[in-house]
Write a protein of this length. Sequence first.
Length: 81
Amino acid sequence: MTTLSSYSLVQQHALTRYGRLKMLQRDVLPQLDGSDYRVKLTLKALYSTYRDLHELGLEKEARLLTDPGAPAPRTDDPERA
C-alpha cells in the first residue's frame, strides 16, 4: 500500500487538494444553487487540480480519489519510478 509520505511534497499537496475539492463537491455543492459562483469556482479548481495530478503522473491516484471502488494503484508500477 502506498502512503502519502511516499510522494514528493508537490505530489502530496496536489493529492490532498484534490481530495478536499472532491469532498466539497460531494458534501457542499449539492446544498448550493447551481448558479452560485462557488459551484463554478469549485468545479474549475477541481479540474485544474486534476490536470496538475495528470502532469505529475498521478492519474491512477486521481481516479482512485474520484472512484473509491477502483482498484488501488500498484506500488511496483514502472511508470512511477
